[in-house]
Design a protein around this ligand. Structure first.
Ligand code: FEO
Length: 398
């Protein structure tokens, strides 16, 4: 017997918890797993909205058959072609050979490219409506949230938006499916880590999508990853506004690259001095130990960023270089940046961070310090001066 979780009458959640995959997109650690959510509407005509990663295709088909009984599946609506959602399409088409595949003009070349499927397709455009009987489905294009063919499906009857990647999250569901069935504090970090690392690069497009969605009444947001938003829709929409506009909260993230502990020591001094200056939220990360996705998650949250590196072969410590490259890739704006580091027989770390600052156009705050070998008293004084300057900027936000 399959689970029967209804969003509304005969609108079903078909979600899969993936606790086995280690890396999402083969790069993002999944300590808490991830879900793939598909949805089934059982009306005069039946429709499946999105699928799941390929390993779940057998279970997905069995679940659909269990819920529909003798009825056939009429439509497969593809909101997004990335294989975490499209990986089961071939098996769904094999199980329901008369199915009509619904997508937009950018969907079908990718469908054919990945799966060789080009028949029984039905193209929809912005605002088009597909009637299932009682349920009228309307389509809105949200390009680059997070691929060019991305769209959302809006059930105008029950006011449900099937939003695919938008409003999604890392993390498996633990019995609860809706936001009011779980402790959201467990999910908050993974919601923002998903946003910042997967969708964050496309803030302008997220803003356009949010503007579009403001024109419709929404009772449920049903994404293709993570929990379904029911009671806290204003909360998550507000977060998406903040994150896509690159607004930062009053706190600081210190990230260091350190081979023998000298740059790390300076990071610890700056962290302590920030606290002494009244900054309430301070995070310290070792770039060599923590995956960039967690660091970027916090940098997306907090306005203050303090970066420090030792020198390495005349340049920057490689894990720091990786972080800076990722930050430039995402194009995060509107941050305060302070710089520190150390060198022994040659510099390079601080120089590289300054080059990064030039490229990303963050506001430089306070003096800089590059200790020669171990930090001396004068270097520590300058660490205090950095913390003072940053704390003044951050306290002005409170
Ligand atoms: Fe969850 Fe862009 O795929």
């Amino acid at each position: 017997m399959s689970l029967k979780v209804e969003l509304s009458d005969k609108v079903y959640w078909l979600g899969f918890n993936d606790r086995r995959k280690h890396l999402f997109e083969n790069q993002w650690p999944l300590d808490k797993g991830v879900t793939y959510n598909a949805y089934l509407i059982d009306d005069e005509k039946t429709a499946l909205i999105d699928t799941a990663e390929a390993p779940f295709s057998g279970d997905l088909v069995a679940w659909i058959k269990d819920l529909l009984g003798a009825k056939k599946l009429d439509y497969l609506i593809i909101n997004h072609m990335e294989p975490d959602h499209s990986g089961s399409i071939k098996d769904v088409v094999t199980a329901f050979p008369e199915i009509t595949i619904v997508g937009n003009r950018k969907t079908f070349p990718i469908l054919e490219g990945f799966y060789g499927i080009s028949k029984n397709i039905y193209e929809v455009a912005e605002g088009d409506i597909l009637s299932l009987g009682k349920h009228q489905l309307q389509f809105f294009m949200i390009p680059m949230v997070h691929w060019p063919e991305s769209m959302v499906t809006y059930d105008t009857t029950d006011k449900i938006i099937f939003s695919n990647d938008a409003f999604g999250s890392f993390g498996t569901l633990n019995g609860g499916v809706f936001d009011d069935e779980m402790d959201l504090t467990c999910f908050n970090e993974e919601i923002r880590r998903y946003y910042s690392n997967i969708v964050g690069k496309y803030g302008a497009q997220v803003q356009k999508a949010l503007t579009k969605l403001e024109t419709i009444e929404i009772k449920l947001i049903a994404p293709s990853h993570g929990l379904i938003w029911r009671s806290k829709i204003p909360y998550i929409v507000e977060k998406y506004h903040m994150w896509s506009k690159h607004e930062g909260e009053a706190g600081a993230v210190i990230v260091f690259g350190s081979m023998y502990g000298n740059t790390e020591k300076m990071a610890d001094y700056i962290a302590r001095f920030l606290i002494e200056e009244g900054v309430k939220f301070v995070k310290v990360y070792d770039s060599a130990k923590t995956h960039t996705s967690y660091i970027i998650n916090d940098i997306w949250k907090y306005k203050g960023v303090v970066l420090g590196s030792c020198a390495y072969n005349g340049g920057i410590f490689p894990p720091m270089a990786h972080l800076l490259s990722d930050l430039e890739h995402y194009g995060l704006r509107e941050r305060y940046l302070s710089v520190f580091g150390s060198s022994s027989w040659g510099g390079g770390g601080v120089r590289a961070i300054n080059k990064f600052a030039e490229n990303i156009k963050w506001e430089l705050v306070g003096d800089q310090v590059e200790a020669r070998c171990a930090p001396n008293e004068s270097d520590i004084d300058r660490c205090r001066s950095i913390a003072k300057a940053m704390s003044l900027k951050l306290k002005a936000l409170e």
